[in-house]
Design a protein around this ligand. Sequence first.
Ligand SMILES: [Zn+2]
Length: 289
Amino acid sequence: MNRPLIWLALDGVGHPADAPPDSPWETELPTLRPLIDAGLALDATLGVPGLPQSATGQTCWLTGQDGVAAMKGHFGPQPGPTLRRLLDTASLPVRLTQAGGRAALLNVYPPGYFEAQARRAHHGCFPYSFLAAGLALNPPGTPSSPLPLLSPTLGLEYRSPWAVHDGPDDWRRTGEALAAVRGYDLLVFDAWFGDVLGHLGGETPPDGLCAAAGEYLRRLDALLCGLLGAGAAVVLSSDHGNFEHLGVKSHTTARVPFAGSGVSLTLPDGRAPGNVLEGGQALQGFYGL
Ligand SMILES: [Zn+2]
């Protein structure tokens, strides 16, 4: 029974070392911060002017190929035809599935998502790649190993005042349940809510935004605590900065975290990745792809 690598793919969360004072990273995070501080801070710009965007950044992570060069610049939020072609052939879910591995996307998608996609398909890179691999969204798992799926808001309401209906302990237990899943090689959580909260920032952030951002990180910390406490292999990444600086509405050029437990973060040649493209190459290398 395979023990899966669990990939927490944060969206729009810059590294704490590049965050301004009083950022959400000031939250007490007894599991998440040590993991991130022991990991790498990767460049997300690839030396290209402008602000890094989700579709190109996530294509780098998912394929280990240079989505920014393919687009001749940063592009997002959803992939267009050029990036979709890269994801069709080279994304980790596609290549892993072709090699006989098993992968699943852990996000919960509500009925409204499928209704909107039926009117006009515009999936983000993560759901697009799983669908390209012939895999379903909202996967049920197997009778012996049902998959605990994750709300991408980590239990916060989507809109202000971002009320919560469960607590960190619930997320710790979810982490423990996820760590017990077998029969998969890769489980991915497309954690996009950090980018949503980041875009609500500005010179005068709305009331409660900083508290909601802290609450989001506390739940991520609890999920990770459950995962690591139960011995899961975990890798955490991000595509670009945004959430770490709530004083601006836009993405940032902050470096992004690449951290893990029970997994090597190095490139096949033994070097440490320096940017998100090499981060994606390290992930493919982990599977020998
Ligand atoms: Zn993004």
